[in-house]
Design a protein around this ligand. Structure first.
Ligand SMILES: [Zn+2]
Length: 426
C-alpha cells in the first residue's frame, strides 16, 4: 500500500528537469500512458502473453550458434514483417524492422541479439511446464527476441506513430567471439542519425546496464617441431611451455577496485598421449572497469607466455630439433563507456519504472550497449521481463510469469526516448 502511494506521488512529479532540451517533447515519459494509443499498446501485452511465449519457443528452437544466425534471422524478419514493419537483413546479418517516425532524421534502436553460445548440434528443443520453459538459449536471448517481436506487434496494433524513427533490430555477433559485430554494423550504418539504443538481453526487470564493461579476448599459441614421447624426449614441448606460462599468468595480481578479472576459458593442443605436441593454445578473457588495467593484463599475458617458452627452452635437453614459436593475438575487444546520469534515456527508463512500480539498480556489464556507449551515444541494456536462470548452460530456464511488466517497462522507455506523434500528424 505504502509502495503504491509512493508510485502515485512519483508519477505526479515532473521528470522534465532531467530531460535535455534536444529530447523529443514527450521524452519525459510520465505523460505517455495518458496517450490513448500508448494505452492501447500497453494493453496489448496481457491478453497476448501466450502468443509471446509461443514465439519465444519457436525462436529458441531455431539453432543460432555464433556466426550461424541466418536461419533465426530469417524467421525474425518474417515475424517483423507480419507485424507490419518494413523488414530487411543487412550485410552483417542483422534483421532490421523499421517503424518510420515523423522525424526520419533521428533514430532510436531497440535491439535483441539473435545468437547463442551453444555450438551446432546442441539440443535446443524447449521443454514447457506451465509458465516455465527450459532449453539452451531460452532466456539469453530467447526472452529478448520474443520481447522485440511483442513490442513491434503492440505498437503496430495501437497504430502508434513515433516522433523519431524506431528500428527493431535482431542483431548478430553478441556472444562468444562475435565481438559485437552486429551492433558495430548498426552503429556504423546509422551513426549520424542514431540518438539512442535500448538493448533487450535476458530476463528480469531488476537492473539497467548504464556502464559498459571493457573487455579483451586473447589467444596465445605456442608451436614446436613435435615428436615421439620416448625417442624425442627432451625436445621442447609447446604444452609444457603453455602450462609454465599459464601458471605465471594466473598468479598475476589484479585489483579489487577498479574491479578487474581474468579467465582462462579454453585450452587445447596435442594429438595423442604418446606424442610431443606441435602446438598448444589457450583463450583468455580479461575484463576491467579500467582500460589501463586491461592493457596491463594484456601485457602480463604476453610476458608470461614469453617466460613460459623461455623456461621450457632452458629445460629442454635437446634443442637441436628445433625451437618453440609463440604469438598472442587479440580475438576481440569491447570498449567501455558510461551513460551520463542526466541522460534523457535514463530519465525515460526511470519514468517507465515508476509507472510499472519497478525499482532497478544501475549496473556495469558487457553487452551490445558497449558500442554506442563507447561512442557517446545514449544506450542501456535491460532484461525483457519474467525470470530466468542458468544462462549459457544446458539447464537454462525462463519463467514467463509477470513478463508483461518487463514488456511495458521496455515499451515506455522506448517511446519515452522516441517520442510519440501528435494525433493530427497521422
Ligand atoms: Zn545475452
Amino acid at each position: 500500500m505504502k509502495r503504491a502511494l509512493v508510485c502515485v506521488i512519483l508519477l505526479a512529479m515532473p521528470v522534465r528537469s532531467v530531460a535535455s532540451p534536444h529530447a523529443p517533447r514527450q521524452a519525459q515519459g510520465s505523460r505517455l500512458p495518458d496517450n490513448p494509443r500508448v494505452r492501447a499498446a500497453l494493453d496489448w501485452f496481457t491478453p497476448n502473453i501466450s502468443w509471446v511465449n509461443d514465439q519465444q519457443v519457436r525462436i529458441t528452437e531455431i539453432p543460432a550458434p555464433p556466426f550461424q544466425e541466418a536461419q533465426r534471422a530469417a524467421a525474425v524478419k518474417e515475424l517483423l514483417a507480419e507485424a507490419g514493419l518494413t523488414a530487411q537483413i543487412d550485410k552483417a546479418g542483422n534483421v532490421i524492422g523499421e517503424l518510420r517516425g515523423v522525424n526520419e532524421k533521428e533514430i532510436v534502436v531497440v535491439a535483441a541479439h539473435l545468437d547463442t553460445v551453444f555450438p551446432p548440434g546442441t539440443n535446443v528443443k524447449v521443454h514447457r511446464d506451465g509458465s516455465r520453459m527450459t532449453a539452451p538459449g531460452i532466456s539469453d536471448n530467447g526472452s529478448g527476441v520474443a520481447a522485440l517481436l511483442a513490442l513491434a506487434r503492440a505498437v503496430q496494433f495501437a497504430h502508434l506513430k513515433p516522433q523519431r524513427t524506431i528500428l527493431f533490430v535482431g542483431d548478430v555477433g553478441e556472444e562468444g567471439e562475435g565481438n559485437l559485430r552486429g551492433m558495430r554494423a548498426i552503429v556504423d550504418s546509422y551513426r549520424a542519425k542514431l540518438k539512442a539504443a535500448v538493448v533487450l538481453d535476458g530476463s528480469g526487470t531488476e537492473h539497467v546496464t548504464t556502464k559498459a564493461l571493457a573487455s579483451r579476448r586473447l589467444e596465445a599459441l605456442i608451436t614446436g617441431p613435435g615428436g615421439h614421447s620416448w625417442s624425442d624426449f627432451g625436445m621442447p614441448n609447446p604444452i609444457n611451455a603453455l602450462v609454465r606460462g599459464s601458471v605465471r599468468f594466473i598468479n598475476t595480481k589484479v585489483p579489487a577496485s577498479p574491479r578487474t578479472t581474468f579467465n582462462i576459458g579454453q585450452i587445447e593442443g596435442g594429438t595423442s598421449v604418446n606424442s610431443i605436441p606441435h602446438e598448444a593454445r589457450l583463450k583468455v578473457d580479461i575484463r576491467s572497469e579500467s582500460e589501463d588495467e586491461l592493457t596491463r593484463l594484456e601485457s602480463a599475458l604476453r610476458e608470461c607466455i614469453i617466460a613460459g617458452v623461455r623456461d621450457e627452452m632452458e629445460s629442454a635437453r635437446d634443442r637441436s630439433k628445433g625451437k618453440l614459436e609463440w604469438k598472442v593475438e587479440l580475438l576481440g575487444s569491447r570498449p567501455g563507456g558510461e551513460l551520463p546520469p542526466d541522460s534523457p534515456l535514463l530519465a525515460a527508463l526511470r519514468a517507465a519504472d515508476e509507472f510499472v512500480g519497478n525499482q532497478s539498480r544501475m549496473e556495469r556489464s558487457s553487452t551490445d550497449a558497449n558500442i554506442p556507449l563507447s561512442m557517446g551515444i545514449e544506450a542501456i541494456s535491460i532484461g525483457a521481463g519474467g525470470n530466468g536462470g542458468g544462462s549459457h548452460s544446458l539447464q537454462e530456464w525462463y519463467d514467463s510469469a509477470g513478463r508483461e511488466i518487463g514488456l511495458k517497462r521496455a515499451l515506455l522507455t522506448i517511446l519515452g526516448i522516441s517520442g510519440v506523434a501528435e494525433e493530427k500528424s497521422r
